[in-house]
Structures are given as C-alpha cells and as structure tokens.
Design a protein around this ligand. Structure first.
Ligand SMILES: C[S@@+](CC[C@H](N)C(=O)[O-])C[C@H]1O[C@@H](n2cnc3c(N)ncnc32)[C@H](O)[C@@H]1O
Length: 320
C-alpha cells in the first residue's frame, strides 16, 4: 500500500482564512505532503505564485508540477533571505502548519516515534550534524529537565532528567527503545533492539512518552527559535491586508503565536493608545479555532491543532 505522506489539518478554514487573491504571491513555509499548498494553487489564477518551504528533502516527493510553484529546500527561519533572493518585497499570505508530518512518525528509521525501535535521530533537516542521541547523551541534567518541562509539559521532568543522566553513565542511550526503557524504569539502558521492532508500552504510558519525544524533537530542531524568526519576518513581509495563518500543535508554540499576533512583538508586550485600545500591526481573524468532531474522527492527529489567522493592517497599526 502506498504511504499517506500527510493529511492536512483544517484545510478549508485555513484556506478561507488566507482569503487567497487570484494574482497574489503566497508562501507555505511547511510544505510537507503539500495538501495545503495544493489547496492554495487551486485558488490562484494564472498570475498567482506560491513558494513552498520545507527543510526536509523528503517533502520534494510531493512536488507540484506547475510553473507558478517554487520549492525552497530550507528552514523557514531564512524566509526573509529567500524572498530577497527571489526579488520579492511583499507577499499576500503566509501559511505555517508547524511541527512534523505523518511521514516523520511513519518513517521508523528516523527515530521520531516511541512505537518502534530505531536510532534516536529526529533531525528534520538530515544535513544537520547533531542527532537526538547526541543531544541526549551530552546535555546537562538541568537543561534536560527544562526541555522536558517546557516543550513536553511533563511535571516529573526533573525525575526523568535524573534517570537519563544516571542511565547514560553506564551506556549511551542511542535508540528509541533504550530511551523508552530509561524514561519508564530508569536503570541501565538495555541492549538496543533491531530497528523496526515494536516497543511494548502500556496504554496509560503513551501520553507522557509522546510528550518526552516531542520535547526532545523541539529542542533538537530549535523549533521555537525558528518560529520566532518566522514571525518577525512575516510581520515585515506581509503586504497591507495580507493574511497570515498558523496551525500550532502544542501550548508553548500556540502561546508564542497568540501573543505575537495580538501584540506584534515576540515579547507579547501590548501597546495601548491614548484611549486604552490595543495597538497592533495585526487584526485578528481566527483566535485559536480547533478541528470539528468529524475531522477529529477522520484524522485523530488534527485533535491538537489550533488555527490562528490575522490580517496585516493597512495603516501599520490596528486597534483591538
Ligand atoms: C505538519 S507538516 C505540514 C503538512 C502540510 N501542511 C501538508 O498539507 O501536508 C510540517 C512540515 O514542516 C516542515 N518543517 C517543520 N519545521 C520547519 C522549519 N523550521 N523550516 C522548514 N520546514 C519545516 C516539516 O519537515 C514538515 O514536513
């Protein structure tokens, strides 16, 4: 059976939120399986343009054969540099559907999933030198605890970090199965299992394992740093009236996007005018919409998605 690369979350509300202009210039900074990009292409006329970014070369398998479409194999943190390179000063819309695709979890050998044994890789950009195993075996206990707490929202982050640091003294933690064992039981990491072997865990252990793996992935790929740079570049690149649509998948990511779109700055510091109205370069359109029950049933991974949409104000500031 052919692998489903990804199923896009909240496709219609996202496209509607972008209010696509036929002859506009759009950027999808997270191409993945290309579901959202294809939706944008369908709404563009012959003079419209779409630039789609992905830092993972695997996404190119889903390339769109169309002269109006350009693939940019890069981290979206370099959005501004790439637009300069293409001679584009302003765009009409930017879409970011953050995180990883189904393809990443299904590609067992890339080490994103706690369900199968594999080397702990987790790099979204496979040209990056550091892997999750290297991070896990070298980071100090305090940093590991912080990562597990902030990006995984794990309340027992200190205990888990201590387990990792104690375990790796006897043998490095190189594989997903070793990490699962250390997180659940502590002690010496077992010998690695063969790649692809299913890892047995209790149903009630899955949530925390998923969170620990997510935390490690976010730290390794500097996902929060890249998002901050993307937000700043978007503010400067969007044409007046242009739209930005962002799908987030965990609370820290969502808080950053929410505060940025409300305030127009990374710190989320709200500026007010003489009358006490919030002054921001954005007008809020969608404030954290979630997938409806039908969609969650069809695509359970859409459950954690939150959609935020804003319009760049024409005057440079907006009261709300
Ligand atoms: C949730 S998927 C996007 C799915 C896509 N909307 C679709 O319809 O198939 C996220 C994609 O963004 C890519 N990605 C994540 N962070 C990135 C970054 N900082 N720069 C470029 N691509 C990134 C991942 O490799 C992944 O393919």
């Amino acid at each position: 059976m052919e692998e489903v690369y990804h199923i896009p979350a909240m496709l219609e509300p996202t496209l509607d939120g972008l209010q696509i202009r036929e002859d506009g210039i759009y950027v999808d900074v997270t191409f993945g399986g290309g579901g959202h990009s294809r939706g944008i292409m369908e709404r563009l006329g012959p003079n419209g343009r779409l630039y789609s970014f992905d830092q993972d070369a695997d996404a190119l398998r889903n390339a769109i054969d169309d002269p109006r479409w350009t693939f940019v194999h890069s981290n979206f943190r370099y959005l501004q540099n790439w637009m300069d390179y293409y001679g584009i000063r302003q765009v009409d819309g930017i879409l970011a559907d953050l995180g990883v695709s189904f393809h990443h979890f299904d590609s067992v050998e890339r080490g994103f999933s706690f369900r199968f044994a594999a080397p702990l890789d987790m790099r979204l950009n496979q040209q990056q030198p550091t892997t999750a195993a290297q991070l896990l075996n070298t980071a100090d206990e305090e940093s590991l605890a912080r990562v597990l707490y902030l990006y995984g929202e794990l309340k027992n982050s200190r205990r888990l970090a201590e387990r990792i640091c104690r375990s790796r003294q006897t043998r490095p933690i190189e594989t997903t199965d070793q990490l699962v064992s250390v997180l659940l039981r502590g002690g010496e990491p077992p010998m690695p299992m063969q790649t692809g072997t299913p890892i047995e865990v209790q149903p009630q252990q899955k949530k925390d394992l998923a969170r620990a793996f997510q935390a490690l992935r976010i730290e390794l790929n500097d996902e929060m740093g890249a998002l901050r740079e993307l937000l700043l570049a978007s503010r400067d690149l969007l044409a007046p009236g242009g739209r930005i649509a962002i799908l987030t998948y965990h609370s820290l990511e969502d808080r950053l996007v929410k505060n940025f779109l409300r305030a127009g700055n990374i710190e989320g510091e709200i500026e007010k005018d003489f009358y006490g109205n919030v002054v921001s370069p954005f007008r809020l359109i969608e404030k954290g919409r979630t997938a409806d029950a039908d969609e969650v049933e069809r695509n359970p991974r859409s459950r954690s998605a939150k959609l935020r949409v804003a319009a760049r104000s024409a005057s440079g500031v907006e009261n709300h």
